[in-house]
Design a protein around this ligand. Structure first.
Ligand SMILES: NC(=O)c1ccc[n+]([C@@H]2O[C@H](COP(=O)([O-])OP(=O)(O)OC[C@H]3O[C@@H](n4cnc5c(N)ncnc54)[C@H](OP(=O)(O)O)[C@@H]3O)[C@@H](O)[C@H]2O)c1
Length: 353
């Protein structure tokens, strides 16, 4: 392997609400217990445009965003035994003040517990579509306070445990929704009812959806469609979109003791919240470095490679944007404008001019 460079290209968010520009920053050195990865593929997520547009989460600029990448281990820190230079890995990154662990840059240092070896049969572009959405669903199904806390399919008796129980997943063609369908299938849920544009029906059926309902139906029409399939209200609705309209529509599908799992903060109508009774609403925050998520993240990522190899968690459809890191801003604009359907946007950081 050639020597690790000291400087790298990174996409810098210059200020709160500011512009993204490609710039240069040092290549971080792996500390004890860390690995340094040369990022060959990095995926875009809605949170990246939200941070820029709404000025969320960050006070330190210039900032480097991005939360998932795949590439080659370049160096390992003291005490690391699971990985060696040359290994192909995919991982979920996270934001810290030094921005050494985010992924819109050519090199990232990470905790190997958040990495997974890439099976020979998969490319970096394929596998980079998986980690963030997988972990979001894992937190929502198995971990979050107030959530359903199902037994994970990798836990004792968890695989197929919920056979015969219906589940509704709103937004099945989103990255999060597609992973929710796949994990729901592995847990045995049936029927698995999801909403999406109907052009994505066959794709979502290939992930395990049993019924794909048009996302453009009114809340009342959706309720009729779902109840026709299930015979009545359901115990769990996973809302992978979590806009006010999907949250309210999802809430209306629940039994009197049902759980609505959201991926954004609750914005339900006040009258529903007031009259929720025993219904529960759980909001997922899937940052891997939150204290409440750290141990669960280690457990979930330790199982991910097996799930991928067994074909239970499949790569999503992807599109590679040209220009390396410089391609990210136009991709984020497409995500923001709801112009991306059932596709993960990916860049190749090493192709940055
Ligand atoms: N809380 C957390 O920790 C966490 C973590 C990750 C993501 N998230 C959030 O989860 C949401 C989904 O993220 P993602 O990366 O999965 O999104 P994504 O893949 O970019 O979502 C695009 C998809 O959303 C679907 N969609 C949009 N509006 C819809 C609606 N009203 N009903 C049904 N489907 C709709 C579109 O479906 P069609 O093309 O089929 O129409 C499209 O395929 C985002 O808000 C993101 O910020 C939260």
């Amino acid at each position: 392997m050639s020597p690790v460079p000291t400087q790298q290209k990174a996409l810098l968010l210059q200020a709160k609400h500011g512009e993204f520009v490609v710039g240069t920053r040092p290549v971080p050195k792996p500390g004890p217990g860390e690995i340094l990865v040369r990022n060959e593929a990095s995926a875009l997520n809605p949170v990246d445009w939200k941070i820029q547009t709404y000025g969320l989460f960050l006070e330190t600029y210039p900032a480097v965003l991005g939360s998932e990448a795949a590439g080659v281990v370049e160096a390992v820190g003291e005490g690391v035994t699971e990985y060696k230079p040359g290994d192909r890995v995919v991982y979920e990154g996270y934001r810290t003040d030094d921005f050494n662990h985010t992924t819109f840059q050519q090199y990232t240092t990470i905790n190997p517990h958040l990495a997974v070896k890439v099976p020979e049969s998969l490319t970096f572009d394929q596998i980079v579509t998986i980690p963030a959405a997988f972990f979001t669903v894992a937190v929502g199904f198995y971990h979050v306070t107030n959530g359903p806390r199902f037994t994970p399919p990798w836990g004792e008796g968890g695989k197929g445990k919920y056979a015969g129980s219906p589940i509704v997943i709103l937004g099945g063609s989103s990255a999060v929704g597609s992973n929710a369908i796949q994990l729901a299938k592995l847990s045995g849920f049936s029927p698995i009812i999801t909403t999406a544009s109907l052009k994505n029906k066959a794709l979502l059926e290939s992930f395990g959806a049993t019924h794909v309902v048009d996302r453009n139906l009114s809340a009342a029409a959706l309720r009729d469609e779902v109840f026709k399939i299930t015979g009545g209200p359901v115990e769990v609705v996973f809302d992978a979109i979590s806009l006010p309209e999907t949250q309210n529509a999802g809430f209306d599908l629940l039994t009197s003791s049902g759980t609505l799992v959201l991926v954004l903060p609750p914005t339900l109508d006040e009258e529903k919240t007031k009259n929720a009774g025993d219904r529960k609403v759980a909001s997922v925050v899937s940052l891997v470095n939150l204290p409440q998520n750290e141990e669960f993240a280690k457990a979930a990522f330790s199982k991910l490679s097996g799930l991928i190899e067994a074909g239970h968690v499949k790569p999503l459809r992807f599109e590679v944007l040209p220009g390396g890191l410089a391609g990210i801003p136009s991709g984020l604009a497409k995500l923001k404008n709801d112009q991306v359907s059932a596709t993960k946007l990916v860049v190749h950081p090493q192709e940055t001019a």
